[in-house]
Every structure is written in structure tokens, then in C-alpha cells.
Design a protein around this ligand. Structure first.
Ligand code: BG6
Ligand code: MG
Length: 216
């Protein structure tokens, strides 16, 4: 029996990948390394630290620890400048409707994100009050595909993992949900998110009750 829903944030509720890209690109330019949109795709679901390590690796550079810390801070300041201008119009198609449907079905709702900016973003787009629990990069230590972020969400909702459905757009996130014994819905390219139990191109393409819950 499904009693709870856990949403990833970036790429499921809001399209912030473009802002992460702009901020990482600004940093890459200052460091004199190339950083492409294709590489940015590979940063989906990856922590801030994991992302800068990948960018350094792709660019063939290494930086001392204090510079890594410096650039993570600067990148985040740039990212927050973009995010600050966000409004409810930037909620991805279908996301608000699925949240409303979950509420009408009496399901509990948690966030399960790697971001340390999740509360700020949910406030900007006016969805913060819809969540019964917020689990993000500030509270968990292990990165997806470790299931910690989703297991913590289930625990805060006082549910067993088997009672939860996770919505994810990143391969590592789909794997994290599977590793946590949850039903997972992949949002995006089906060929990339093959390990998901259900796949849809976008949050606007299904009904929670008839396309997912009644088919579990
Ligand atoms: C994930 C994003 O949700 O959060 C990643 O997909 C991002 O691109 C990660 O790096 C960490 O986010 P933040 O906001 O803490 O830098
Ligand atoms: Mg995501």
C-alpha cells in the first residue's frame, strides 16, 4: 500500500539544471577549462563537491583544497543569484498537479534532494508548504546512489520504504531509490533511466492514481 511520495527537486519539480550550468560555466571560464552542456548533463544528481571534482577531471586540472572550497562557494553565490529570480512560473509542467493529486489521495510528501539550496528554491516557487518533510544535502552525508536521502525521507514520514514512491530524473537517483526498496518513477529519457519501475517523459504525462498506484 502506497502512503508516501518522495520527490527529487532539480529536474523533477524545477528546471534548475540550466542555472547550475551557467554558474559552473562561469567558474570553468575563470579557470580556463572547457565545460560543455553534455558534460553538465552528467552532473545531474551529483553533489556540489562531486561536480567540481568532475569538472576539474574533465579539464585535466587539480586544485589545492582551499581553492576547491573557494570555487564551490563562488559557484553557489552565482547560482543563488539566478535562483533568487525564480517564481512559480518555473515549476516544471505537471509537478504542481502531481503534488496536488498526492494531497487529495491523502499521501504524505517528502523532498529527497542532493541540493543544499532546496528550502530556498521551494520558497521561491511557492511550494514549501506542501511538504511534510524536507531531506536534502544539508541533512544527509552519503550521495545518491546511496539510498540514505530517500530512507531518511521515509523515516521522517513514518513510513516503510515499500510504502513510498520516488520521482527522479537522474540515473544515480533511480538507483538510490531501488537500493532503498522503493517504487521509482523515472522522469525523462526512458533509455537512460532504464532501472526505473515506471517511465514518463515529464511530470505532465501521467495520473498518480491510475497510471502508477493502481498498477503497483
Ligand atoms: C542536485 C543537482 O539536485 O543537487 C546537482 O542535480 C547539484 O546538479 C546538486 O550539484 C547539489 O546542489 P547544490 O544546490 O547544493 O549545489
Ligand atoms: Mg534531479
Amino acid at each position: 500500500m502506497i502512503r508516501g511520495i518522495i520527490f527529487d527537486l532539480d529536474g523533477v519539480i524545477v528546471d534548475t539544471a540550466k542555472y547550475h550550468y551557467l554558474a559552473w560555466q562561469r567558474m570553468a571560464q575563470k579557470l580556463g577549462v572547457k565545460f560543455t552542456e553534455e558534460e553538465n548533463e552528467q552532473l545531474k544528481g551529483v553533489s556540489r563537491r562531486g561536480s567540481i571534482e568532475k569538472i576539474m577531471n574533465w579539464g585535466g586540472i587539480t586544485l589545492p583544497e582551499h581553492e576547491i572550497e573557494h570555487w564551490m562557494k563562488v559557484k553557489n553565490e552565482w547560482y543563488l543569484e539566478y535562483v533568487e529570480a525564480m517564481s512559480p512560473s518555473e515549476i516544471l509542467p505537471g509537478a504542481a498537479e502531481i503534488i496536488a493529486e498526492a494531497k487529495s489521495l491523502g499521501l504524505k510528501i517528502s523532498l529527497g534532494s542532493a541540493s543544499k539550496n532546496s528550502q530556498f528554491i521551494l520558497e521561491r516557487v511557492g511550494l514549501i508548504q506542501e511538504f511534510d518533510a524536507l531531506v536534502d544535502g544539508n541533512v544527509v552525508s552519503a550521495s545518491k546512489p546511496d539510498p540514505e536521502v530517500f530512507l531518511t525521507g521515509a523515516k521522517l514520514l513514518q513510513l516503510d520504504p515499500e510504502e513510498c514512491i520516488v520521482f527522479e530524473d537522474a540515473v544515480a537517483g533511480v538507483q538510490a531509490a531501488k537500493n532503498g526498496n522503493m517504487t521509482v518513477v523515472g522522469i525523462g529519457d526512458e533509455t537512460v533511466l532504464q532501472e526505473a519501475d515506471f517511465n514518463f517523459q515529464s511530470m505532465a504525462d501521467f495520473s498518480l492514481k491510475s497510471d502508477i498506484i493502481e498498477k503497483i
